[in-house]
Design a protein around this ligand. Structure first.
Ligand code: DAH
Length: 343
């Protein structure tokens, strides 16, 4: 019986089936022991070769070796499928265990606030623009009607940069980290013809002493609209829409006369709403605004006799702090997950 070719064929069929159907590492180990182990089927058949009469030994031996090779191959394939892990005595996968939770991050509160505000103005035709953080004095001051000698240009109140001009003989051009996003008003008007209607978020820099409400870097959002027939009524209705949408329908607002070099007349907007009852202050200032000063229109080559415009600017941190009751501006930059993950 040792040299029965049909027995080899049967062993092959059954062995392949055993490896193919092994569902886990334990079943596979049992099949391995039965077919490929030291006392297994394959060993017994290979061991029988020597007893086969000479004239049949060639054929038998070949079949026996094919059996061994095919079973070994099937075992390896099954091992790859079931997993290489040692048999544990338990099922390999516990389907009742909870899955692995993947931590998905989200945008920083400042980014969220900017996106929300930009979206509100986007509904009424304001498109988003940006400008450089390293600016020249023309865009940060002169074109905005802030002349040489004005206190806002004081060296101690700005981050001036020592930049060398590419030509070593030329006088270095004084540059600074922009102190306001109003610079983007100028850059927009320089590159576009009226009518313009833009909303411009960005970082600004001022050498303020850091405390709960001041940082050397913060964000502003600037708005600008210029056309042939814009009036203060347009400015008012645009800002009313923003305040209602961002702070809620119950919000009261007022325009308080103020001074800015680049707008005339100028105002600050204060709001009062349920959301701020805890602050126990009747009015909170949220932004500056006004009608674009004719000097600014002249600086960019717009004809002030033909065009009028309005502009406004707000501090993003301040707005976010009011809305979310955040008591210290430094939370925005310390990267403490206990703070960040709340929003
Ligand atoms: N640039 C002003 C600031 O940084 C804010 C501002 C006020 C912007 C009035 C404006 C504006 O566009 O019309 O304090």
């Amino acid at each position: 019986m040792g040299y029965d070719l049909a027995a080899i064929s049967n062993a092959l069929t059954e062995g392949l089936k055993a490896f193919e159907t092994a569902a886990d590492a334990d079943a596979l180990e049992n099949a391995r022991r039965e077919y490929l182990g030291s006392k297994g089927v394959a060993k017994a058949i290979l061991g029988g070769i020597k007893d086969v009469p000479k004239e049949e030994r060639g054929e038998y031996g070949k079949a026996a070796n094919v059996l061994n090779a095919k079973l070994t191959e099937a075992f390896k394939a099954a091992q790859a499928r079931v997993g290489a892990g040692k048999p544990s005595g338990k099922p390999g996968i516990d389907l009742t265990k909870p899955g692995k939770r993947r931590e998905i991050g989200h945008a920083h509160l400042i980014t969220q606030t900017i996106e929300e505000i930009v979206e509100i103005f986007g509904r009424i035709g304001f498109s988003q623009v940006e400008g450089p953080e390293v600016e020249d004095e023309f865009h940060n001051f002169d074109a905005l009607n802030i002349p040489a000698g004005h206190p806002a240009r004081d060296e101690a109140d700005n981050f001036f940069l020592q930049l060398n001009a590419p030509d070593w003989d030329a006088k270095p051009v004084p540059m600074l980290l922009r102190s306001q996003t109003s610079t983007i008003q100028i850059r927009t008007m320089e590159s576009r013809k009226p009518p313009v209607r833009v909303i411009a978020p960005g970082r600004v820099y001022r050498p303020d002493t850091v405390d709960a409400t001041h940082m050397y870097m913060f964000h502003q959002i600037e708005g600008l609209a210029v056309a042939e027939d814009l009036t203060f009524a347009d400015l008012k209705s645009v800002l009313e829409l923003f305040v209602r949408e961002y702070f809620g329908a119950d919000t009261k607002m007022r325009f308080r006369p103020h001074y800015f070099p680049f707008t005339e007349p100028s105002a600050e907007v204060d709001i009062d709403c349920q959301m701020f009852k805890h602050l126990k202050k009747p009015w909170l200032e949220i932004l500056g605004c006004g009608m674009v000063d004719p000097n600014v229109l002249n600086a960019v080559g717009y004809d002030p006799a033909r065009y009028t415009g309005f502009a406004f600017g707000m501090g993003v941190e301040r707005i976010a702090m009011l809305k979310h009751r955040i008591g210290d501006i430094r939370h925005f930059t310390t990267n403490d997950m206990r703070f960040l993950s709340q929003f």
